[in-house]
Design a protein around this ligand. Structure first.
Ligand code: MG
Length: 433
């Protein structure tokens, strides 16, 4: 089908070097996030790219299966080469790399994936993940021991359970997707996905038609957010990409920044709720020349309309208030973790929240990562759930099964080797970041 592409990599603002590598050539696109002391990570990720590039002129493939197998073989070979290099050089000992690789073949894309770099698909305005992180926190999410929303900001989220270079028999996730014109694919390292949230990534992809500009913008966003890690991004467009022209229209609901008039982006008008209520409908009515023959009727109709609108607004306010105060959330009240009714935050300077009760849990007991969640307010399903969340706030992650049970703090080290589906090799830790 032919993929138009843009790619960018950046050291970020905290790291001394860039251990990420990428490949965007022919039918191949891949990102790799290397790890290891000194420049070993760089060697590992570059070796993976070098090995993959041997596939460049490997096609055309007999069928999807053949192409997928070829990609998988190349990744396994990259693993072998990285281990071989590490074994022959003390300075490279223990190096490893993530790899998320894509091989395009006609209207199919084949993915091979190890580690916590990611592939996404933007289709009809929706951004979906195509890969699953091989991380400890993802493993805990799968086991139901950690909530997905907590995983995104978990301090240990960069501990990965699979990498090239670690084990001679690396497990490689593979998948094949059919792409259609208009699809946009994103490959990135965790310097982007761990730093810039899903909605903002989607918005950039929706609003930036040129793939190179989109890649550059995503890198810039990660840097604006502090750039704690190396950042690598590849954006690939299946021919005929449409971006802001066909969003789903639900952007305003999910992204506070996307409200009408929030910035000067002309695309905003198309992607916010304005579209849902019928773009231009009101404007057209206002712009119509008045009919001189029936001024009185028009006046009556206008008054009725105003009355109806006022009544509807009053109804919305009453119903909205009842709805808002039927909810519970958990946050800080002074030095205590407390349960509230309503919703956190303010709208136009007005709060919609009242205190239900303080709990025994103090701010000092709450780990910093959790404290920032609570600072913003954590939504609860109901009153009981709110108290459960409050009681469990001291846990790094929810080890709080039964109501009334004392919260337990599980340390990551304990869980590392316990899970049946982790690899036999010890997990690889990326440099702190
Ligand atoms: Mg990284």
């Amino acid at each position: 089908m032919g993929l138009r592409r843009g790619a960018a990599t950046d050291r970020g603002r905290m790291r001394e070097g860039n251990e990420d590598s990428y490949l965007a050539a022919g039918p191949l696109a891949a990102v790799a996030d290397g790890m290891g002391g000194h420049r070993a990570g760089e060697v590992a990720s570059a070796t993976a790219m070098d090995q993959l590039s041997t596939l460049r002129d490997g096609g055309p493939w007999k069928d999807d299966r053949a192409a997928g197998e070829a990609l998988k073989r190349a990744v396994a070979e990259a693993n072998r080469r990285i281990r071989e290099l590490a074994a022959g050089d003390k300075a490279l000992e223990g190096m490893g790399t993530t790899l998320t690789a894509l091989l395009e073949d006609g209207d199919s894309v084949h993915l091979a994936h190890v580690g916590d770099s990611r592939a996404y698909l933007l289709r009809h305005g929706e951004l979906s993940g195509l890969t699953e992180d091989h991380t400890l926190v993802q493993e805990l999410v799968r086991q139901g021991r950690l909530r997905p929303e907590d995983a995104e900001r978990h301090p240990q989220r960069s501990i990965i359970t699979r990498a090239l270079g670690v084990d001679s028999d690396v497990e490689i996730d593979t998948a094949t997707y059919k792409i259609v014109p208009g699809d946009r694919l994103l490959l990135c390292t965790d310097g982007l996905s761990g730093v810039v949230d899903h909605t903002r990534i989607r918005n950039v992809l929706l609003r930036t038609p040129d793939p190179q500009q989109a890649a550059d913008k995503l890198v810039a966003l990660a840097n604006e957010a502090g750039g704690p890690d190396n950042i690598t991004v590849i954006v690939l467009d299946a021919e005929g990409v449409t971006t802001a022209a066909e969003p789903t229209g639900d952007l305003a609901a999910e992204d506070g920044e996307a409200g009408p008039g929030s910035d000067n982006d002309p695309d905003d008008a198309m992607v916010t709720g304005l579209q849902r209520v019928g773009p231009g409908a009101g404007r057209r009515a206002r712009g119509e020349p008045g009919r001189a023959g029936r001024p009185r009727r028009r006046r009556v109709r206008r008054v009725l309309t105003v009355l109806l609108v006022v009544a509807a607004l009053a109804g919305i306010v009453v119903a909205g208030r009842a709805l808002v105060f039927s909810r519970y959330w958990v946050g800080f009240h002074g030095d205590r973790v407390a349960v509230f009714r309503g919703v956190p935050g303010e709208v136009a300077g007005i709060g919609f929240s009242r205190l239900v009760a303080d709990t025994e849990v103090t701010r000092a007991q709450v780990p910093p990562a959790r404290a920032s969640d609570l600072e913003a307010g954590v939504a609860a399903k109901d009153r009981a759930d709110a108290f459960r969340i409050a009681r469990c706030a001291p846990a790094v992650y929810t080890g709080c099964p039964a109501d009334g049970a004392a919260p337990t703090t599980t340390t990551v080290g304990v869980t590392t080797t316990a899970g049946p589906s982790t690899t036999t090799a010890p997990p690889t830790t990326t440099p702190a970041g």
